[in-house]
Design a protein around this ligand. Sequence first.
Ligand code: ADP
Ligand code: ASP
Ligand code: MG
Length: 419
Amino acid sequence: MALFVQKYGGTSVGSIERINAVADRIIHTVQQGHQVVVVVSAMSGETNRLINLAHQVAPDSASSASRELDVLMSSGEQVSASLLSIALVSRGFSAISLLADQVGIRTTSAFGKARIVSIQADILREHLQHGRIVIAAGFQGRDEENNITTLGRGGTDTSAVAIAAAINADECQIFTDVEGVYTTDPRLEPNAKLLKTIAFEEMIELASLGAKVLQKRSVELAGRFNVKLRVLSSFIPFNKDTSDQGTLITYEESELEELLISGIAATKDEAMISFSNVSVDFFSGADVLSLLSDKSIEVDMINQSLDSKLDNKEIDFAFTVGLDDFKATMSLLRQYVEKNENICSESMQGSETVAKISVVGIGMRTHAGVASKVLSTLAKEHIPVLLISTSEIKISVLIDQRYTELGVRALHNAFELHM
Ligand code: ADP
Ligand code: ASP
Ligand code: MG
């Protein structure tokens, strides 16, 4: 007998039909003699619908994470958890739906991006001992002041891993609408290949660089608590053993060392700000960045180039911020430019229509030539590269958004990831 945490994402519980199908899958697991704690997301589209309602009431509410927005957004998971529990009970099984508070999920107070601090595992264990199937509402928590909090978009993955760690589950199974983790988003590149395994570090990179199949924090948490984590489809027949389905996140590198590149991720969630030909005497990148850090705005890619041949030294300075922070960043920097009469306002440009494509692989540690292949591949497709950033196991390029699919496909092909 094993103890499984099974997480079902929005599409997996997106309709009454799907909720019934998920109930059947859970029953199949239980009938094989296993114990199950289920963690559910809101029905697909529901969280967006709720955010949109808030936006209609007050246009600024949707962008600023706040207490009330968390109360609103968390309601989606309450609906799907209770419906799934009703489906199980109506089939004669003992099931109970629980909200975060009832499972004792304590979080920090950072509304919209709270972190789980603790979970009362004994509550879950007691229900399991009574033979109940527990259906926990994902994405939500409570802070010390008893406020409802949420864990950031895609946060049910993190709820599931945290619960799996707390009850020491044998495996945390993330059921979604694709068969596992692919070499790239299969919706962008139909030739993407399903990976049987992926190294933990690579999965963290892919998740943080746009592969939304797992929320980054869920992978970090799995690593910290050594949770066996598998991604698999809730749409394929469930009469097969799950131990050879989907993608297993592995913590050992040895079997994967041969792979140079494991995957490619893309995101349109960043925006670029650039200063061109500004005089070093009047402009300082450090000042600009500290203005942003004072407002807790995180900067991702940065590039500075100095034209020292000119007597009057000029620099180009460009960087990216999250799309959510773009408006605030532009307004801060407009003030900075206005105060600084030696910087002409036209020298600053902002663009929301950029995309970041990242090539990820632990093989990069020991192989050279990845960056040149990335750049030559994009050049062949006439895709201009606006910014580049690298780390030990990834290379990211910023390009115009309209080339995202073309870029991903060209790189996927160049690195022969379909093979
Ligand atoms: P859920 O609602 O189940 O949480 P998500 O929409 O959050 O599902 O994540 C699954 C989606 O992630 C897939 O439908 C796919 O389009 C996208 N995705 C992006 N990159 C990858 C990848 N490398 N492998 C698999 N899916 C990916
Ligand atoms: N319902 C939340 C969202 O759409 C959480 C999740 O799906 O994981 O982001
Ligand atoms: Mg998700």
